[in-house]
Structures are given as C-alpha cells and as structure tokens.
Design a binder for this molecule. Sequence first.
Ligand SMILES: Cc1ncc(COP(=O)(O)O)c(C=O)c1O
Length: 370
Amino acid sequence: MKNAIARREWIRQSTMALAATGLMPSLFAGETIRHPAPATTIRLHANENPYGPSPRAREAMAAAVSASNRYPWELTTTLREKIGQQYGLAREHVMMGAGSSEILGLVASFAALQKGNIVCATPTFSLWLPAARKQGMQVIEVPVTVGKEHDLPAILSSITPDTRLVYICNPNNPTGTLIASNVLQNFITAASQKALVLLDEAYLEYTSEPSMAALLSSNKRLVIAKTFSKIHGMAGARVGYALAHPDLIKQLTELQPWTDAGPSAVSVAGALASLEDLAFLDASKKDNAAVRDYTFNALKAAGLPVIPSHTNFLYYSLQKDKGGFLKTLADNNIRVGRVVEENGKWARVSIGTRNEMELYVSVLNKTFTI
Ligand SMILES: Cc1ncc(COP(=O)(O)O)c(C=O)c1O
C-alpha cells in the first residue's frame, strides 16, 4: 500500500514536471492535489505560499469539517484572543474578516462615511481601491521612488484637509520594498494626526521587522490589516484580521453584516492550528528566502533590473523583452503577474518551490541569454 502511494506520488511529480515544460498533456487534470486549479498550472501570480497549509492546519481543518453544522462564534472568539496574545493585545483589539481584503474594504467604507480622499503609493496593493472610488472616495496616488520605495515625505505632503485615509503596505506589493520600523513609526505618528492610517502587513512575517501593533495601545487612528493567506499558506481558507484600538474596532464591526461569522469554522480551526505551527512558519520563511535568492540571481544574470525583495515575490523590469517572455511563460502554463508599470515594464513574479522557479528560470534563460 505504502509502495503504491509512493509510486503514484513519484509518477505525479514526474508528470507535473514534464507537463510544466509543455511537453505533455495534462494527465492529472481533474485530480485534486492541493488546489482544484489544473495540476499543470504553475501559479506564480498571486503571492501564495506554495508549501501551505501547514500540516497541523490541514489536520485541524479536516477534523473541523464535521462541526460545520455549528456557527463559528466561539471558535472565532478564541482565535481573536490567541491573535491578540501574539501582540500583547486583548481580543477587543482584533476583528476577523474573510481575508484581509475584507478588512481593507471595510476600512475604506468606514473612511467613505465622510467623503474625501485616500492617499497611497503607486504602485501598491490596489485591489480594494475601485470599491472605495464607487463609494465616492478620490484616490491620490504618490509614485514610489526610483528605487521603488515608498516616498514617505511626498505621501505626508499629499495629505489634504479632505484626506480620510492614508494607506501604507509594508513590505509593499508589488515592489517588495520595506520601510524600516523606526522610520515607519515616525511616519504613522505624523500621518495619524491628520487622518486614519491603514497599515497592511500582509507580508511582514517574511521579514524580521516587528509589527506596528505596539502603537495601538495609544494610537486610535491606526488600523493594521493582517492575513493567513501568505506565510500561513491559507489563501483559500479566507482568514484575515484587523488590529486596532477597541473603540475603532467597535465602529468597524458595525459595518460588518455578522461579526465573528465571516471565516468558516473549518478555516478558523485551521488558523488556530497554524498559529501554533512555528516549525512550518519558520521553514516557509527560510525556503522562500533561499528560492528568492536563486530567482533574484537568475534575473540579474539575465540582465534584468530587479529590486531586492523582503517578501515572497520579486519586482523586475522587462524593458529589454521583445515581447515574447510573458507569452512563452503562458504557453508553458506558468502564470506570473502582468506588467504593472508600463513605463519601464515592471512586472512581478511570486516565489514558488525550487522546482517551479527552475522552470521559470529556464524560460528566462532561453529568452534572454541564449
Ligand atoms: C498587500 C496585500 N494585502 C492584502 C491582500 C489580500 O489578501 P487576503 O484577502 O487573501 O488576505 C493581498 C493579496 O495578495 C496583498 O498582497
């Protein structure tokens, strides 16, 4: 039985490697492996953790399925408590959402109760901005510097009397750059005197920088958005949360249709287990850093400008591409981010497993160095 499973796994892996090179039709299409997307697609476009969910989270989620007839309130309250403990905060400082994108949307809706504008960098994580615009908000976008870093002085001076929200993503998506914690702390102190600050720490666990959560005991105009979608490897489970002063959390939850009933009981059980699986989190961080270094060096060797990254993705310029690179990747079932900045043709690639990145690099080398 064991041999049969091992053999099957070997065949599956070999076939996936072949299929990924485009040499084989999808034998395993339809088989659920980790994700119902076709097994032959290499997903380097959504900054997912290729190793997750953690073993303990998988076990906990499987065990929680049979309790799905019950609402998740109690379990969610426990999760809020455990999350709070991580930051030395009470559960009243924590609010759950179906992914941190729900949190970003809620904060934008809250800000839009008083019409005005949002100040943020460009490029940054902007998925939630169209909904804010629909609610009457203007968006003031402040270009990143030549080195693709947040231009914090320019962001501060772009704040107007009508600014309701200042959004900072640290480290930033898609550029992968990091604001040092002392600099960020000063910025938050200054900006929050003028408007509500929304700090997105989706990728912070890939760095060694501390969360800004310590500021929350005194700062009532700061919301920190966090997620289980990245280093916890649970993007499909949809668990995110906000950290803020309890007064602000209370106002934000008033905009939620049903507080503590967003993420499913199965997802919440997985998140609780994942918080404890420190070995998995540590391995994800280390493996990501090693494969990121490999990919960074390959991009450099191919002569493409690339920004040093503090995340699980890299931002690089395709200006010297004649147009074939993204198409060849697509032809080989490798999905990557689109060109984000037309000027300079800057694009993003997520860091997958070593095998996945070797396939990406083989297309890179064929396109640029042969
Ligand atoms: C910076 C940032 N914030 C938030 C999100 C939303 O993630 P989720 O809704 O899965 O928590 C993403 C997703 O890629 C992201 O890159």
